[in-house]
Write a protein that binds this ligand. Sequence first.
Ligand SMILES: C[S@@+](CC[C@H](N)C(=O)[O-])C[C@H]1O[C@@H](n2cnc3c(N)ncnc32)[C@H](O)[C@@H]1O
Length: 217
Amino acid sequence: MSLQNYSKIIRETRRGSNAQRSEMINASTMRAVAVLKDRQDLWPVLDVGCGEAYHVQENIKYGIPTVGLDIDIYGQLPEAQRRAKEQLGTYLPLVGGDAKYLPFKNDTFGRIDSRGMLMMIPFAVEEIEGDPIGQDRGAVQLAVVQVLSEMRRVAKPGGEVRIITFSDREPLESRYFKPTPKELEDLGVVAGLTPLSVDYYREPNPRFSLIEARFQK
Ligand SMILES: C[S@@+](CC[C@H](N)C(=O)[O-])C[C@H]1O[C@@H](n2cnc3c(N)ncnc32)[C@H](O)[C@@H]1O
C-alpha cells in the first residue's frame, strides 16, 4: 500500500479532518488558543496527526509557534498549505512524517497536542505498512506506546502532552484503537509520561465518545 493510496482512502472514507471541516474551529480549540497565547513556557507546540491543520493555522494566527505533523502527505497536508496560503498569505510549518518516528530532536516542544490521531494507529499501520495488526491488541498497544514514547522524547522536561481520542464507548468500527481511560493511562506510564488526568471527555454534546488525556514529561 502506498502513501498515495492511503491519501485516497482517507479522502474517500472521510477519516481525515475533511469530514468535520465546519466543526474544527470549535469552542475547545478557542479555549486551547486562549491558554496557549499566554503560556510561552508551553511553546513551541507540536500537533501530531494535524490533518488539514485547522488547529495549527488557528495557533499561528494568534502568534503561537506551532508545527503540524501528519502522514497524509498527498492529501491533507498539501490541501492545508493551499488553504493557508489563500487565507493567511503564507504557508504553515507542516512536516510529513509518522508519529511512531517523530523527526524532531529531544526536548523540543513545550506542548504536544494530538486530536483524533491515536485511534487511527492500527488503520495507518495496516494501510501503509501492509501489516494487519488491527485484530492483535498487543501489537496495537505496542505501536501506541511507541507513539507516546516519541511524544515524551520530543517534549521539553515539564512539557505537556494532550491527547483526544476515541474511547471504548465509541461504537464506530473495530479497526480503531478504543481504549478505556485506565488502559490509555497505563500505556502513557509505560512510555515514561506522568498522567495529569485521563478520563472520558466531558465537552457537552460531543459527536463521538472520546477520552481526553493530559500527561507531563
Ligand atoms: C481524524 S484526523 C484528525 C485531524 C486533526 N487532528 C483534526 O483534529 O482536525 C486523524 C489524522 O491522523 C493522521 N494519522 C494517522 N496515523 C498517523 C501516524 N502514524 N502518523 C502521523 N499521522 C497519522 C491521519 O492521516 C489523519 O490526518
